[in-house]
Design a binder for this molecule. Structure first.
Ligand code: NAP
Ligand code: GLV
Length: 306
């Protein structure tokens, strides 16, 4: 079996060594134009030339959860696309989102500013009941995040394409329930995949549905959010703040107003990193399953877009 690696912006050598250790019988190549044809590929943002040249591939293993970049390519219809299925990401996402929610709810920014000034001052405790959190996307990451938020006793709502049941979470589904879902929430967490249906979904109309003093946490993709609409709603006072981990252009350009907005916290697409060892173990296991003709989890439906 031959596996090729095409990992734009990632060092391929440690992946090559890790996959070789996990699959000692396989030939693992780092792709360059003209490389031998492989049976499987491990990829991040490969160029179209890679797909066009590697005509014998059975499956593409994406080293991330989101496949939006991959699905922009022209892929042959028989080619399986397999996303990372957690592989250590959901716990990171839960800690990032819970941190952002709690930091806002408990006003830790204010206490930090006070501490720099040597000021000992209490803020009035706020009621959790006034801080319902809505999680858009209840998949591998969204479900874990929603469950984690319930452990802090926030009222939690969730929204997905098809109906879901999660203990302790009020689940809504479908486009016609979006406004109802939003209107029940003060904090909004986005964990949707980027598809034609979800592009620009965080816009002036939808964000205005959040309760006054709303707070936005975008950890999915930058193109979910209409940047100017967020700024307008922050400046009008309808929204209180935002924590943003993903952007339309990454790295976020130095001149972008998000950097300087006092109510926005920017992090550099780091909420749930790909963990190499966990990912290699998962991908190697799935390659062996496919070779045995067995089904694998995390198979992407190109029509659905995730
Ligand atoms: P997933 O398991 O595929 O879950 C996607 C969820 O979104 C599902 O609940 C799905 O509904 C829902 N959904 C999809 N389209 C929808 C629509 N049109 N309307 C309503 N709900 C819709 O994905 P995941 O593994 O949780 O990852 C989610 C996203 O997080 C990724 O696509 C990626 O963009 C992002 N991500 C970001 C980072 C980071 O570091 N910032 C890291 C990893 C992933 P159903 O349940 O009905 O299918
Ligand atoms: C990161 O953003 C991923 O999709 O895994």
């Amino acid at each position: 079996m031959r596996i090729t690696l095409c990992l734009t912006a990632n060092k391929p050598e440690p992946w090559q060594a890790g996959l070789q250790a996990a699959l000692p019988g396989a030939q693992i190549d780092i792709w360059a134009p003209g490389a031998p044809l492989a049976d499987h590929a491990v990829v991040w943002a490969p160029p179209q030339a890679f797909i066009d040249e590697q005509t014998q591939l059975q499956a593409l293993f994406n080293i991330g959860a989101g496949v939006d970049a991959l699905l922009k390519l022209k892929l042959p219809p028989h080619l399986k696309v397999v996303r990372l299925d957690d592989a250590g990401m959901s716990v990171q996402m839960a800690e990032y989102v819970c941190h952002a929610v709690i930091r806002h709810f408990r006003e830790f920014d204010g206490y930090e500013a006070d501490s720099r000034q040597g000021r000992w001052g209490y803020r009035k405790p706020r009621s959790r009941a006034d801080f319902a959190v809505g999680v858009m996307g209840l998949g591998v990451l969204g479900e874990r995040v929603a469950k984690a938020l319930t452990t802090f006793e926030f009222p939690v709502h969730g929204w997905s394409r098809t109906p879901r049941t999660i203990e302790g979470v009020v689940c809504h589904s479908g486009e016609d329930r979006l406004d109802t879902f939003l209107s029940q929430c003060r904090v909004l967490v986005n964990l949707l995949p980027l598809t034609p249906q979800t592009t620009d979904i965080l816009n002036r109309r939808t964000l205005a549905r959040l309760q006054p003093g709303g707070y936005v946490i975008n950890v999915a993709r930058g193109a979910h959010l209409v940047d100017d609409d967020l700024i307008a709603l922050l400046d009008s006072g309808h929204l209180a703040g935002a924590t943003l981990d993903v952007f339309r252009t990454e790295p976020l350009p130095p001149e972008h107003p998000f950097w300087r907005h006092p109510a926005i916290t920017v992090t550099p697409h780091t909420s749930a990193r790909t963990l190499r060892d966990e990912s290699i173990a998962q991908i190697a296991g799935k390659i062996l399953r496919l070779e045995r003709g067995e089904p694998v989890a995390g198979l992407v439906d190109p029509v659905r877009g995730y």
